[in-house]
Design a protein around this ligand. Structure first.
Ligand SMILES: *[C@@H]1O[C@H](CO)[C@@H](O)[C@H](O)[C@H]1NC(C)=O
Ligand SMILES: *[C@@H]1O[C@H](CO)[C@@H](O)[C@H](O)[C@H]1NC(C)=O
Ligand SMILES: *[C@@H]1O[C@H](CO)[C@@H](O)[C@H](O)[C@H]1NC(C)=O
Length: 453
């Protein structure tokens, strides 16, 4: 009997506006996918529209305040440790991971699904008692722009694994592609460089579909192409340096993140002062120009003032004061202690993300085809947190924890009777896997103990 499997391409920065604005020639592969499957108008990411919060929302079905990864950069005031997009020296520390919920690759792996990760969302990290075996050159590394350059070279391996195991094992392929995001950070919207980055990815997606079609593998394979968030251009004229508003720099212990949002840490007794100084700061409040919208470029919030609908205010590692900006605003610090460092914040960048998920440019994409999906149908918007339950459902798995996805948002994308299939199709999988390593911790401790005595 054929086992259903899923291949997910998570494409950094491929926003819905970018897809909509790209030339038809550059989106042929994505449209071919949509014609043979489903597409949504757009995907609303979690706040902030940084990479890490989306990775965790996708893998757990939870909003940021429930999955604990507050932003791409975090700081822990107790230990003075920083989290730097997965690449910092302290990023593996338990301080960030202690309350983490099971990511979908863990739930799948535990249920006997073969999980294969390629540069994907920290899939290599040990979770509780299991680790997906990922060679180090395939660990996600956001600092390496060229990490996914040889994307196409993994296709033969994928095709072979599908052919070989589809008869008796469920499989999950998790693959990240970085180059569309890289191009957008370096170049302005509409540039040839971005068009060719989109076009190259499209060629790959078309090629993979061709190979799957030629080998008749779409009867088992569900192929998903989705993104974390989009980008919006940074406006050179709207650049603000935080120090300009502060008579006394010493009250700020740490500034974490930049541009769209900055978490400002102070001692408790200084929070009111910092909140006041930033709120009344004239340099970022428009004055006397009654024609334009008069909301400030930079808005100051105490935690209590953060809007509830961002599902963010109760996040772990939250500062007392938070600055949020208008889309495209450049907000940086030059001298305050910060994560990332001031030098990194000032690196020339053309586009950024992080703004409110309701901002059009932040919206992501979702397109999919395969036996689980209807054909040639378009659906209304979904949220990143909705995708988790769908992926698990396709692999006949239950969510491992209560989550924030809404089943009604995605249920109509699945083929008629897809859900009933779960009840009839008994998977004969045994509890084993060659790509996954289980740690039997109690056993390990016991043998260590007997060794010591
Ligand atoms: C992209 O186009 C689709 C179809 O016209 C539309 O529904 C969607 O809202 C657009 N995306 C954005 C972010 O505007
Ligand atoms: C906190 O860590 C930073 C960077 O590692 C270091 O420069 C600073 O001295 C530390 N501060 C305290 C109070 O430990
Ligand atoms: C998201 O899910 C968590 C876990 O079930 C729950 O505690 C939280 O209230 C949910 N958030 C929303 C906005 O529904």
């Amino acid at each position: 009997m054929i086992q259903h499997l899923i291949v997910i391409f998570l494409v950094d920065g491929y926003g819905s506006t970018l897809l909509n604005n790209s030339k038809p020639d550059s989106t042929f592969g994505v449209r071919h996918l949509a014609t043979n499957g489903v597409q949504v108008d757009y995907v609303t990411p979690s706040f902030p529209t940084h990479t890490w919060p989306q990775w965790m929302s996708l893998a757990t079905g939870l909003y940021t305040e429930n999955h604990g990864f507050t932003a791409d950069y975090m700081w822990d005031s107790q230990t003075n440790k920083s989290f730097e997009r997965g690449s910092g020296p302290d990023d593996q520390d338990d301080v960030w991971w202690k309350d983490a919920r099971a990511p979908f690759w863990y739930t799948a792996g535990k249920a006997g699904v073969d999980v294969h990760c390629y540069w994907f969302a920290h899939c290599h990290r040990t979770f509780y008692d299991m680790v997906v075996q990922v060679p180090p050159n395939r660990w996600a590394n956001l600092d390496d722009e060229h990490q996914t350059d040889n994307f196409r070279e993994i296709f033969p391996e994928i095709i072979n694994k599908i052919k070989k195991y589809q008869g008796y094992k469920r499989q999950m392929f998790l693959i990240r592609y970085a180059n569309i995001g890289v191009a957008q950070r370096k170049y302005a919207p509409g540039s040839d460089e971005i068009e060719s980055a989109v076009s190259l990815f499209d060629l790959y997606i078309n090629e993979l579909q061709q190979q799957l079609e030629d080998n008749d593998l779409f009867s088992s394979t569900n192929l998903v192409v989705m993104s974390d968030h989009g980008y919006t251009p940074l406006k050179k004229d709207d650049e603000f340096v935080m120090e300009i508003c502060l008579p006394d720099f010493a009250i700020v212990k740490k500034v974490v993140n930049s541009h769209s949002m900055a978490m400002v840490y102070t001692d408790n007794e200084d929070a009111t002062t910092a909140h006041y100084e930033f709120s009344v700061c004239e340099s970022w409040s428009p004055m006397g120009d009654y024609d334009s919208d008069d909301s400030p470029f930079v808005k100051t919030h105490s935690v209590a003032e953060i809007p509830d609908d961002l599902h963010w205010k109760h996040s772990a590692h939250m500062s007392g004061v938070v600055l949020m900006t208008k889309p495209g605003t450049i907000l940086v610090t030059k001298e305050l202690p910060s994560v990332p460092s001031a030098a990194k914040q000032l690196v020339e960048q053309k586009q950024a993300s992080g703004w409110d998920p309701s901002v059009e440019d932040m919206k992501a994409i979702f397109v999919a085809r395969g036996p689980a999906f209807r054909q040639n149908e378009r659906f209304g918007p979904i949220e990143t947190v909705d995708v988790y339950q769908m992926i698990l459902n396709i692999l006949s798995l239950e969510a491992s924890h209560p989550h924030n996805g809404t089943w009604a948002n995605i249920e109509n994308m699945l083929t008629e009777g897809w859900e009933d299939r779960q009840k009839t199709e008994k998977s004969a999988n045994s509890f084993s896997s060659f790509s996954i390593l289980f740690f039997y911790i109690p056993v390990l401790l016991l043998s260590l103990y007997s060794y010591l005595v």
